[in-house]
Structure formats: structure tokens, C-alpha cells
Design a protein around this ligand. Structure first.
Ligand code: ATP
Ligand code: MG
Length: 721
């Protein structure tokens, strides 16, 4: 038995501590492992699985390991293979996929048919959750719902189902919008209105699986007999209905290992129930509870600061996180000038990093990511982003800007004009636009429009100005064109009234325009800009489904849970972002926001950088209060990095970029056919050499790189001989 630990120590260089060993050996009966970040919860869980297989001869298929997301299931499977390369991995899966399997069996057995409504059905007449909810919202509240409201209702429904609140009570609940409970109930009634047929969303799978296991003994027995051991990781984010599914499955043998850290509970808004763990012994009276407080992941500075930081939360199990790890580097806190400088700073730092896979950029809102993706792509820095936001590219604002541009290629196109004229802040009606479209008038659309419909002098004057504006567009660089559309063509003013009318967040809409400007900056022509957008969309999808090997990770704080990186940048640490405006004043929400910040901090092994900015678009911005808390807690006073130093690219280079002394620095040393080596992509051959960009065929892919960057940072070295 102890041989197992000796063997693992020699094979893997990991020697489990006493508590970890106990957790591994305690295979029979219920066990709650309540532990700090980086204390080896996931490691111990995997060792336990290996122990069951190697020492107790349990077949892999008799063991079920559950975690909270597909990404972390994949992460666990990868760790398992690293630890036990000669064993068949057990089934690592999410509770949703397990529940789907149970629900499907149940429905088939009862002769019911079903249809998934999540993610948008492909069939022409298929029911789609989003559309369905939008329709019901309009029916109940007599107005259109905004994207934010739709998301809030979806979360509300998810949360009440996960909490198992009975349907009769839904209308009495306080929801995110007026009559939310009624909307939810109508949604539910629609899904079950056809006899023998069900429309199902993801949460229904959980509810159905739980019901099946509770009410159908035969089926419950079938699934109980499948697994002799169950393990659940990240259980602080398990909801009541999910806990009950697990309870039903282990009812006979009680062989359950639950791994959790209440300080990392970040999904209570979606119905996670960390309090269940408090009552764990009520459900499983003979449960063992073990605590692990030693952090193996992070440097002393990070562990000590994070431990003090989380203690500011009142609602938590007392835990004393500590580490024996050495001191590494002080936690860096930088306040940059604005978001662009923040991006610039990170890009320069990444250009100096060899092992990009050890680095992560973490943010609160996914909206921050497109700007980063665009810049990283332009600089040829490979990135990985599991929840990449490819919706950006199909956003209506992006479509609007492209239409404004398209019109400049042919100012007689009535169809394009009709799509954007309502967005030029002219105060005209749709009726007028239709009249214009149907009229026979031709020629320049601005003149033709004035001729076909009745307008006020003010409107006519504006249209004349717009016509003049359009005359100069073809000569302009895309960045200037976007600025002209925003200001001179009234687009931003129109957006403002649209935001007020439909309840969109204006600052969010502006940030989309800012991102577009960022993407447009290097483009010379509008065609190039449009192509750049397409290419970027492909790159984002690639980063999601087929990530390059040595890539920097971009992730939300939420999705980074369970992962670790040598170096972590936490960005946009601003008031109003983390904690969000909605969190302010709500004690529970504030504690959850603090836990989220804590999850971010505890991802870093050696180097943690907390970044914020002073202003955005000329508006002063305040730091996140958490940033200020950390500043006060810092074990060692930090010196210069605390001050806001202006970012002179030269200075950054001197300070941190270790450049390849043999890297090519002169343009005339580059040529088609030259064989080069890139520190990340490896060997390649230059196949195209333009004015600004360079195409290289590397072993695995073709890459286009910005020549200026390549020379400035000596990214390529000539392969001699
Ligand atoms: P999180 O709360 O973030 O999910 P965790 O508790 O699951 O963290 P792990 O990811 O299992 O922690 O472990 C963190 C790091 O510590 C890993 O790099 C792991 O290899 C290392 N580690 C865990 N236990 C030990 C040990 N006994 N000796 C040496 N290293 C260890
Ligand atoms: Mg873990």
C-alpha cells in the first residue's frame, strides 16, 4: 500500500503529504475534502483514482469522476494520463453529460420524444430557447427585451431549476425583470404543452435526471450498479439538483469523494449551493471531513496575500492557507494610462516570453478579449481561448460599420443606404425609407433621398454634409473612416438614443466601436480591414477549437478555475467591472466578487500582475476596490511598479524584453526563400515579402507577421548552413 506512494514519488516526483495520503487511502464511504486553492485537491483526486485502479484493481469504468465544465474534465483527463500513462482513463465528465445520459434513458423508457432547444436548432421549424423567451417576454410585458434582459431571465430560470424551487412558487419570486416568474412559468408550460413530447434546455436534463433516479427504482438501480466509486471536483459550484443526482447514485455504497473550496464558489448566481457542504454530515452521517491548507502552487508572496485578502469575507469556513514555497517576485500592481496602454504593456511582455503556455491573461468580461485577440494575432503571438467570443464578428454594430463603408464604394446603392440611414441621427422614419426605396429616383443616394421624401431644412443640411463626408471616405484609412462614421455621420449619437430606447448598455456599444478601431489601426484600405475582420474571426475560432501548441491563454476569471500558470495578468481591474455595478451594495454579491478575484490571484505560480488604467476615452476611471485592498495587504511594500509610469515603448524594451542577439534586425536581411527560426513557431521559410507584412511557411502552419515587429524584437533568426 505504501509502495504506491513510494512508486509515485519516484515516477512523478510528487510526494503526497499526510492528509493527501489519507484522502487517497480512504476509498470506502463518504469523504469531504475541503481545501484551499493549489493544495492538491485535483491532484489528490487523480491519485485516488489511480490508487483504486492500481492497488484495489477497480476497473476504470466502475469509477465516475465529475467536474463542472468540459474544459476542466479535459484538464483532469490530461493530468490522469500524465500520472498514469499506462492506464485507461476513467470517464471524466460534467454533471450535465451524466444527467443527459440518465434523462435520455428515462425518456426512451417512457416512450416520450424530446427536442433540445439550447444553442439554436438547425431544423427550419425548430424551437430555440432565445426566441421562445423573447416571444414570451413580449407577450407578458408588451415590449421587446434587450440582450441583457434575455441573459438575466435565462440565468434566473437556470437558477430556480437548479435550486429545485417548485413551479407553483415561481411567480412569487423576485426576478431580474418585472414578472420574471410569470415569464419563466409560461416558458415551462410551453415546453411541456405537447403530450408525449418535451422541449428541453440544459437545466431540464438535471431536473429530469434527478426525478428519474428518485421515482424510477429500476432505472436508478441500473445507474447505481454502473459505478462503485464517485468523485466530484469543484463541488462548491454544484447546485442542489446536482448534489441530489449524486446522492441517488451513491445511495447503496456511499463511496463518494467530494472535493471543494467554499472560497472559490463563484456560481451562486446560477444556483450553486455551497451551503450543502456545511450540512454534508447531515446527509452522510459517517462522512470523514479532511482539510488541506498547504498551497503547493504559488510563491510565498501570492499565497500570503491571497490568504489575507479572502479573510475579509465573512461567510466562509475558517481555513489558514500557507505554503512552504519560496519567495519569488513581488506582486506587481500597475496602473496604466488607458486600456490601449494596458494592451500595449502586455503585448511587449508577451513578446519576451518563451513559454507562452505558462502565461494567462484573465479578465472579468469576455468583451475585453477581442481587442487582445486582434493585437496578439497581428503580432503573431499564438493564443488559446476556450470561451472565445466569436459573436463579436456578427454583432449588428460590426455589420453597420461595414455597411457604412460599403456605401462609399458606390454611393448610388439604395439598398445599402436603406440599411444605415436610420442610424445617421437624422430623425427620419422607417416609412420615409420605404418610400425612398420604392421611388424611381436614382443617382447619388443623398441627393435622391432629398428629392423623394419630405424633409426639414435641418435634415437636408445634414444630408448635404454627409454627402461631402462620403466624397472623402475612399481616400481615408479605415481608422479615420470609423471615426468619421462615429462623429461626422452621426452614428454614435444615433447609438445613444437607440441604447436609451432599447435599454442597451451604451458603454458596451462604444467598446465594440473602440475594438473595431483597434482592429482597423494597421489597415490601409477598407478592403484590407474587411479581410482583417474575416481573418480574425477565423483565428478566434481556431483558438477555440484547434489551439496552437505554445499559446498564451486568454480566459475569464470564471473559466480559469482549477487551472494554473507561471505568470498571470489580471486586467481591467476597475470599479464597475470587478465588483460590477450590480454587486455594489449587495453583501453576498460583493463576497462572491471577492471570491472571483481570489480565484484569479490563486492561478499564478510565480508572477502575478494586477493591471488597471486611469482613464478610458478621456473619462477618468477608478481602480477596483479589491486592488486597493490587495495594495494595503501586500507583504512587502512595492516600489516603483506601484506608480503610474508612462509607457514609453523604449523603456519597456530595456526593462524586460530579452532579445535574441542573433535575431534579424535589418529589412534587407529578409528575403523570399530565406529559412528562419521563430522562437515559438520553430523553423519556417519566407514565402512572401511585402511592404509591411511577411508570410512564412512553418512546419505546422502558415503565418503572416508584421515586419516592423519582427525586426524590432528580432523575432526571426536566419538558419545557417
Ligand atoms: P484549485 O483549488 O485551484 O483547483 P487544487 O487544490 O486542485 O487547486 P492542484 O491543481 O491539484 O490543486 O495542485 C496545485 C499544484 O500543486 C499542482 O501543480 C500540483 O502538481 C502541485 N501539488 C499538489 N500536491 C503536491 C504535493 N504533495 N507535492 C508537490 N506538489 C504538489
Ligand atoms: Mg483543482
Amino acid at each position: 500500500m505504501s509502495d504506491f506512494f513510494e512508486r509515485k514519488k519516484t515516477q512523478l516526483g510528487i510526494e503526497l503529504n499526510e492528509v493527501q495520503k489519507r484522502a487517497v487511502l480512504q476509498t470506502e464511504g463518504p469523504l469531504l475534502l475541503l481545501a484551499c486553492p493549489g493544495s492538491g485537491k485535483t491532484t489528490t483526486m487523480i491519485m485516488r483514482i489511480g490508487y483504486l485502479m492500481e492497488e484495489k484493481n477497480i476497473q476504470p469504468k466502475r469509477i465516475k469522476a465529475i467536474t463542472f465544465s468540459r474544459a476542466s474534465a479535459a484538464d483532469m483527463a490530461a493530468r490522469f494520463t500524465r500520472f498514469f500513462p499506462h492506464h485507461t482513463p476513467v470517464d471524466f465528465s460534467t454533471i450535465h453529460s451524466l444527467a443527459f445520459m440518465i434523462a435520455r434513458t428515462y425518456l426512451e423508457k417512457s416512450g416520450m420524444t424530446y427536442e433540445l432547444i439550447e444553442g439554436g436548432g438547425k431544423a427550419p421549424k425548430s424551437v430555440n430557447k432565445q426566441f421562445l423567451l423573447k416571444g414570451i417576454y413580449k407577450e407578458v410585458l408588451k415590449e421587446d427585451c434587450t440582450d441583457d434582459e434575455l441573459a438575466a431571465i435565462s440565468t434566473f430560470i437556470s437558477s430556480i431549476k437548479n435550486r429545485m424551487i417548485p413551479l407553483e412558487k415561481w411567480t412569487t419570486l423576485e426576478g431580474p425583470v418585472e414578472k420574471a416568474g410569470r415569464i419563466a412559468r409560461q416558458y415551462e408550460q410551453f415546453k411541456t404543452r405537447e403530450p408525449g413530447h418535451l422541449y428541453l434546455d440544459f437545466d431540464d436534463m438535471l431536473v429530469l435526471a434527478e426525478k428519474a433516479l428518485r421515482t424510477d427504482d429500476e432505472l436508478a438501480d441500473l445507474f447505481r450498479r454502473k459505478y462503485d466509486y464517485l468523485l466530484t471536483d469543484e463541488s462548491q459550484d454544484t447546485s442542489l439538483v446536482q448534489h441530489l443526482i449524486v446522492e441517488h447514485l451513491v445511495a447503496h455504497h456511499g463511496n463518494l469523494c467530494v472535493v471543494a473550496d467554499d472560497d472559490q464558489s463563484i456560481y451562486t448566481w446560477r444556483g450553486a449551493d455551497p451551503d450543502y457542504l456545511l450540512a454534508f454530515r447531515k446527509v452522510y452521517p459517517d462522512a470523514q471531513v479532511l482539510k488541506m491548507e498547504r498551497n503547493y502552487r504559488s510563491s510565498k508572496e501570492i499565497v500570503e496575500t491571497a490568504a489575507k485578502f479572502i479573510k475579509r469575507n465573512k461567510k466562509r469556513y475558517p481555513k489558514e492557507m500557507y505554503t512552504e514555497n519560496a519567495e519569488k517576485m513581488p506582486i506587481v500592481m500597475k496602473q496604466l494610462d488607458d486600456p490601449k496602454r494596458q494592451l500595449e504593456y502586455i503585448t511587449y511582455e508577451l513578446l519576451a516570453e518563451k513559454e507562452l503556455k505558462d502565461v494567462a491573461i484573465l479578465f472579468r468580461n469576455n468583451a475585453s478579449s477581442t481587442m487582445y485577440v486582434s493585437e496578439l494575432h497581428r503580432r503573431g503571438i499564438p493564443f488559446y481561448m476556450k470561451d472565445a467570443d466569436d459573436k463579436f464578428f456578427s454583432h449588428w454594430i460590426v455589420e453597420d460599420i461595414l455597411n457604412f463603408m460599403r456605401l462609399s464604394f458606390n454611393t448610388e446603392r439604395k439598398d445599402i443606404f436603406a440599411k444605415i440611414v436610420l442610424k445617421m441621427n437624422l430623425f427620419i422614419s422607417r416609412k420615409m425609407v420605404t418610400k425612398f426605396e420604392q421611388s424611381k429616383t436614382t443617382g447619388n443616394v443623398f441627393d435622391a433621398f432629398v428629392q423623394s421624401v419630405e424633409l426639414k431644412d435641418r435634415q437636408i443640411k445634414k444630408l448635404k454634409d454627409y454627402k461631402k463626408g462620403y466624397e472623402v471616405i475612399p481616400e481615408m484609412r479605415p481608422l479615420r473612416v470609423i471615426q468619421l462614421i462615429r462623429q461626422d455621420l452621426g452614428y454614435e449619437a444615433a447609438l445613444k438614443s437607440r441604447a436609451e430606447k432599447f435599454g442597451f448598455r451604451f458603454d458596451h456599444l462604444l467598446s465594440i466601436l473602440d475594438t473595431l478601431e483597434g482592429i482597423a489601426t494597421p489597415s490601409r484600405t477598407m478592403v484590407e480591414f474587411a479581410n482583417q475582420l474575416k481573418e480574425l474571426e477565423r483565428a478566434v475560432q481556431n483558438a477555440k477549437f484547434n489551439p496552437p501548441e505554445n499559446a498564451v491563454t486568454l480566459s475569464t476569471f470564471h473559466s480559469a478555475k482549477g487551472l494554473e500558470f507561471r505568470r498571470v495578468f489580471m486586467i481591467d481591474l476597475q470599479k464597475g467591472i470587478i465588483p460590477s455595478e450590480e454587486d455594489e451594495g449587495d453583501e453576498e454579491a460583493m463576497e462572491e466578487a471577492r471570491r472571483l478575484f481570489y480565484v484569479g490571484m490563486t492561478r499564478a505560480k510565480e508572477r502575478l500582475e494586477l493591471l488597471s488604467y486611469q482613464q478610458d476615452e478621456g473619462k477618468p476611471k477608478e481602480n477596483s476596490r479589491f486592488l486597493n485592498e490587495v495594495r494595503r495587504l501586500l507583504v512587502k511594500p512595492i516600489e516603483r511598479s506601484e506608480k503610474n509610469e508612462p509607457m514609453h515603448p523604449k523603456k519597456i524594451r530595456r526593462a524586460s524584453v530579452t532579445m535574441n542577439p542573433d535575431g534579424i534586425q535589418k529589412r534587407d536581411e529578409l528575403a523570399v526563400g530565406l529559412v528562419v527560426i521563430h522562437r515559438v513557431f520553430g523553423h519556417g521559410e519566407i514565402i512572401e515579402f511585402g511592404k509591411e507584412r511577411l508570410k512564412i511557411q512553418f512546419a505546422k502552419m502558415e503565418k503572416e507577421l508584421d515586419i516592423e515587429t519582427v525586426l524590432q524584437y528580432r523575432l526571426l533568426e536566419q538558419v545557417k548552413g
